[in-house]
Design a protein around this ligand. Structure first.
Ligand code: CA
Ligand code: CA
Length: 211
């Protein structure tokens, strides 16, 4: 590549701009524009000490419930529930009528949540719910205790963070509420965790890195 760059520079310096063509080096197989088609988890996720791994095992051909768990072991969380998967999928469900919110922070510190629904790196929240504090959409009416974020294209390498915020009890005396969070990367479930929060509490559930 270096020789190509030098050649292009020489052409420009010699006023050869009229017939400029992109000069490429056929031996440069590690070109800067090569697409990385898939990312993978780098190392083990770092899970909050207060979180506990979900111990219910999935079962092939089981009914897929809208519960933030991959019930049928196919690597997709809650397929058929009206929200989507992708190279990264992060789904949260909770067990009271409180209003909980899912926040996913990408390596560039951009956060996707109900407040910012699409990120520059391809993140999208396509299921937003508020428990008993008024449904967000028709999908939310069906799944009032589930939020889902997925990437619509190859996500960047680096560190990701998943946070959960207990926003309101919604006049339901919901009290302590357990959030279940699952993550899928490149079509494989990399973890499912339970974390119990009290009103207004915000916690990082898990951090993970992609390479
Ligand atoms: Ca599934
Ligand atoms: Ca499920």
């Amino acid at each position: 590549m270096r020789s190509s760059l030098i050649l292009v520079s020489l052409l420009v310096a010699c006023g050869g701009g009229q017939n400029d063509t992109l000069v490429t080096d056929p031996t440069d197989t590690a070109g800067d524009t090569d697409e990385v088609v898939e990312r993978h988890l780098a190392g083990d996720p770092e899970v909050a000490s207060a979180a506990t791994p979900v111990t219910v095992a999935c079962e092939e051909n089981a009914d897929e419930l809208c519960n933030a768990l991959d019930d049928d072991c196919d690597g997709v969380i809650d397929e058929g529930c009206g929200y989507e998967t992708g190279p990264v999928q992060i789904t949260m469900a909770w067990n009271t009528d409180a209003d909980l919110d899912l926040y996913v922070v990408d390596p560039g510190e951009e956060t996707v949540s109900f407040q910012r629904r699409e990120g520059a790196t391809g993140a999208r929240i396509d299921q937003i719910a508020r428990g008993a504090c008024a449904p967000e959409s028709e999908a939310a009416e069906q799944n009032e205790r589930v939020e889902n974020v997925h990437w619509t294209r190859v996500p960047p390498a680096g560190e990701y963070r998943v946070e959960v915020h207990y926003l309101f009890e919604c006049d339901t005396d919901a009290g302590p509420t357990t959030a279940t969070v699952s993550m899928a990367v490149a079509g494989e479930i990399v973890g499912s965790y339970n974390l119990t929060l009290t009103p207004t509490q915000r916690e990082t559930v898990v951090r993970f890195a992609l390479e």
